[in-house]
Ligand binder design. Sequence first.
Ligand SMILES: [Zn+2]
Length: 294
Amino acid sequence: MLLRKGIFILLCMAVFMQACETKSDISDVRLTILTTIPPLYSFTKNITGDIANVENLLPNGADPHDYSFGPADIKKVSKAQVIVKSGLGLETWLDTLLASAAENAAARGQELFVVDSASGVDVINNDPHIWLSPVRAVTQVKNIRDALIRVDPENAETYSLNASSYINRLMELHGEIKAEADKFKTKEFVAFHSAFRYFADDYGLDQVAVIQESPGVEPSPSAITRVIDMIRDRNIRVIFSEVGSSHKIVNSIAGDLGLEVYGLDTLEKGMQSKEWYENKMRFNIEIMKEAFSK
Ligand SMILES: [Zn+2]
């Protein structure tokens, strides 16, 4: 009886250990990659497929320009091997977060690799909104691909192949947007904040003014007057607000001037999926088709 009990316990231990080993094998081989904003999630997930664990750091609805991170974020970052940031000063809070997480990660002997996706991108006036230009997004994808190949060379071929097919899709998207933008009757617009400068640069549009010049800072009455004068002087017919945010000031300016407001998606906030980036860019082009046809 005693012997039987002993064998039973041994068997249980063997099964338990096997289960533990299998579990730790899986968590050891899969890289954990954190992205800061949803477009970077789409880019990274398309490069890795299921061979890495990709998560977006910011919760749905959080503004990356002025995010306040908490202890849960420090924990997440200290468990990750790779962080993908958009760069160009978008994530002003990230250095402090990385410093807080670095100690925990070092204590576990873990190294954290930070990918600056903006490296080598054709930049205008240090504006961080590069993801809204599919052409510049291709450079971001290449930067993420190259970093993943450095961190995880065993899967280099998968990263390369996946990145190539995703880049083809982004160039298709670029072609589609260009074909539509070429047909726009008007080209000038006013936006809530300076998100669409690169988009305008790619497709021959003109972002003549923005209402909120600094992220998170309400425009002064004199700045608002300047925008209104500019809209009148140049006879601008298109004014964009942003989906997911209520900008009373945009509605009030548009109301005064008798303009209709159209809501674009800056792709700074949202749910994450592989197709999210392409879907949202196509959503924007549908809105623009309507706005620029007048
Ligand atoms: Zn922005």
